[in-house]
Structures are given as structure tokens and as C-alpha cells.
Design a protein around this ligand. Structure first.
Ligand SMILES: [Zn+2]
Length: 384
């Protein structure tokens, strides 16, 4: 058993829910996650067992199978403080009649958003008095001819106030005279049902006069972690990278023979550039870069093994997880860690993990040199 010595932080898509007045820039943060695995170098053959829920899987030899689990963080605020006092009573700017809400889906996908709109309006029917200071009642009628409010779903919310990457946009309505029927709320498509409901709650909160500093903070704060609808994981994709041009950084600090290992890595890379015996896309290109920050693929030599006892190598992958299923969607970095390896075995280990990183997880998908290689084959000219 081992714990991963490599970073395993897991960041999630962070999207801003914008409104007209306050503004904060939204960003999509790429996630950082792990998928670590190990391989020994004792010459035994290997078998692979795909893992359904994480990107890690084993192609290990006899005694060094391990993988890490994903960890996740989120930005939810702990609510240890006493609940805030109820908002002072005031008049509902929408008047005393029910607010008639129409629903328009102008997004590219056919999807029924009415349940989420109903969930959000029900939320405020229950909570508006406490947080906004008045009661509100809604009637959700998707095709209402004369609605008070239109909730429109769009693939991209155009700039909202000063915010350009918003998940939603709504007018900030505090007084009756500000309501200009029909008012319009925009909400981004493509989010999960619960994230869509959260954005709707947030935007409707603005139409009830609540700003980003108002309670309830879990709904009204300017930024929340939002998830997309489920998307294919990296391990389900034929090619789990954004493009076919790879920067490669070889950190030879702990390598016994820096020139020799570079030569070995070069053999592995050019093998893939030639299509890896037809196993890999034919248009891959690899270029050595000067810093790990600029690299898609990092090869490093560990003094203290993070790979587990008896392992000659292991790897981690990094990538975003926008749908929040704890699995990487596409890789942005593959790090191959080599431990105490003979220089002449370096190329094979790098090539082996490249196969995994390029989407060839199953044994039958892998290029021939990585299916059944013994001690000698790993140190031979397997790339020829
Ligand atoms: Zn907002």
C-alpha cells in the first residue's frame, strides 16, 4: 500500500453567476488530479485492469499494483455562524400578484428546463420572506403570452454587466418602479440539473433585490462551483488530449546519465511519432521544452520513490473534471516518474506510460512492445 507522493489536488469548474451590478471575473480553472500507477521492472509480464471510476489503472508487473484515489475540493462555505437575522419587511417590487414566469430554451440542445425553474421558484416562495423581506408567489407557465419574467436558456451568456464568463444574468430589482415587464433572466445551458437550479436561484435572488453579499450566501455568493452535465472521461476517449502537439520536459536532475536518458526518451517519442506500429494517431509530434510548466509530458527521476516498493516507474495525469464525477475529462499533463532504472530501460518505461496517456489503456490496444515485454526486451531496441 502506498500513498501518492504526487500532488492529487482536484479542482473543479468554477463559474461565476453574474448579475448586472456587482462584478467579478469568472474563470474556468483546469482541474489538477491524479491517476497514478506503477510498474515494476522485474521482467514479468503485465496485465491491465481498467478502472471504471478513476483514470488510474494498473499495468503493473507481479508486485506493484496500486493506484491513488481522487480527492476533491469544493468552495462551499462552512456555515458555522448563527443564521442571519431575517431581512426587514418591505414591499415586493413585483407587486402582490403571482409573478408569471415563461421559459425559453434557445440553446442548441433540446432539454426541458421547466423542472429546474420550478425548483428555483419554489425555493423563493419558501424563503423570500426571510431573505428578501416579502413573500413572493410564482406561476411557471413556459409559453405564457404576457409573462412578468422570461427565463431564457442560452448556450453562452453574453457579457453581463462587466462579467464576461457568467453562468447567468439577471436584472437587479429593488423597487417596484424598476420592473419593466417582461423582465429577462439568462441562464447558461450545459450545466447539470442541480447546478442549473443553483444558477436560477441566484439569478431570481437578484430579481428580488438580493446582491452577492446578501444571505443566503450559498445561493447569492458571486462564485460557486458548478458542474456540467456528464461528459466522457479521458479513459473513455480515443484520444484524451486537446491536440496532438506535445511539449516534453525531461527533468534529468536525478538521472545517472542525463544524455543517455534523453536519448532513450527520444527513442520512445519518435516511436509514437511514427504511429507506434499503427496503434497511435499518425500525426503526433513531440518537442522538447525548457521548463516543466511548458510541458504536456514530464519525465522525472525520483530519488525517493513515490511509486511504491519495487516499482520501476509510475505516472500521474492531470486534467479538468468539469462534470464533477471525480474522473479527468481530458489530460493536460502526463508525468512519468522513473525510479532507479537502468538507463537502457528508460525508453521502454516512458513509452509504456505514454501508451496509457494516449488512450491505450487496454492490453489489446497497446503497441506491441508494451504488451508482453520481459526484462531483456525492455532494454533492447524495442522501438525499431
Ligand atoms: Zn450574481
Amino acid at each position: 500500500m502506498r500513498s501518492s507522493a504526487l500532488p492529487t489536488a482536484f479542482a473543479l469548474l468554477l463559474v461565476l453567476s453574474g448579475c448586472v451590478a456587482p462584478s467579478l471575473g469568472g474563470t474556468n480553472l483546469p482541474g489538477v488530479t491524479d491517476a497514478a500507477d506503477t510498474i515494476a521492472d522485474d521482467g514479468n509480464t503485465s496485465t491491465a485492469t481498467p478502472s471504471p471510476t478513476t483514470t488510474s489503472h494498473s499495468n503493473s508487473d507481479s508486485h506493484s499494483h496500486s493506484h491513488t484515489s481522487s480527492s476533491s475540493t469544493d468552495t462551499a462555505e462552512a456555515s458555522t455562524a448563527a443564521p442571519p437575522d431575517p431581512a426587514p419587511a418591505r414591499d415586493n417590487p413585483w407587486g402582490t400578484e403571482p409573478v408569471v414566469v415563461a421559459v425559453e430554451n434557445r440553446g442548441s440542445e433540446t432539454r426541458n428546463y421547466v423542472p429546474q425553474v420550478e425548483a428555483a421558484t419554489a425555493y423563493w416562495e419558501e424563503h423570500a420572506r426571510r431573505y428578501a423581506g416579502f413573500d413572493v408567489e410564482y406561476v411557471v407557465r413556459p409559453d405564457a403570452p404576457n409573462p412578468d419574467l422570461v427565463v431564457r436558456f442560452v448556450d453562452e451568456v453574453p457579457s453581463c454587466g462587466e462579467v464576461t464568463d457568467a453562468a447567468g444574468c439577471a436584472p437587479f430589482i429593488q423597487r417596484a418602479g424598476q420592473v419593466d415587464r417582461p423582465e429577462r433572466v439568462l441562464v447558461r445551458t450545459g450545466l447539470s440539473a442541480s447546478s442549473t437550479t443553483l444558477v436560477l436561484q441566484h439569478e431570481l435572488g437578484h430579481t428580488l433585490g438580493l446582491g452577492h453579499d446578501d444571505a443566503p450566501t450559498d445561493v447569492m455568493k458571486a462564485k460557486s462551483v458548478l458542474y456540467t452535465q456528464p461528459r466522457p472521461d479521458a479513459t473513455d476517449r480515443a484520444f484524451p488530449w486537446g491536440d496532438t502537439e506535445f511539449g516534453v520536459y525531461v527533468d534529468d536532475e536525478n538521472a545517472a546519465d542525463p544524455e543517455g536518458v534523453r536519448e532513450q526518451v527520444r527513442h520512445a517519442l519518435s516511436y509514437y511519432e511514427r504511429g507506434a506500429n499503427g496503434s497511435a494517431p499518425s500525426n503526433l509530434s513531440f518537442t522538447f521544452v525548457d521548463s516543466p510548466e511548458a510541458a504536456d509530458v514530464v519525465v522525472e527521476f525520483a530519488e525517493d520513490s513515490p511509486c511504491g516498493e519495487g516499482s520501476g516507474s509510475c505516472f500521474t495525469t492531470v486534467g479538468p473534471d468539469p462534470d464533477g464525477d471525480d474522473a479527468i475529462e481530458t489530460y493536460t499533463r502526463l508525468t512519468v516518474v522513473l525510479v532507479d532504472l537502468d538507463t537502457e530501460a528508460v525508453g521502454w518505461h516512458v513509452g509504456n506510460w505514454l501508451a496509457y496517456g494516449l488512450g491505450m489503456e487496454a492490453p489489446e490496444e497497446r503497441p506491441p512492445p508494451f504488451r508482453d515485454a520481459g526484462y531483456r526486451e525492455r532494454r533492447g531496441a524495442w522501438w525499431t
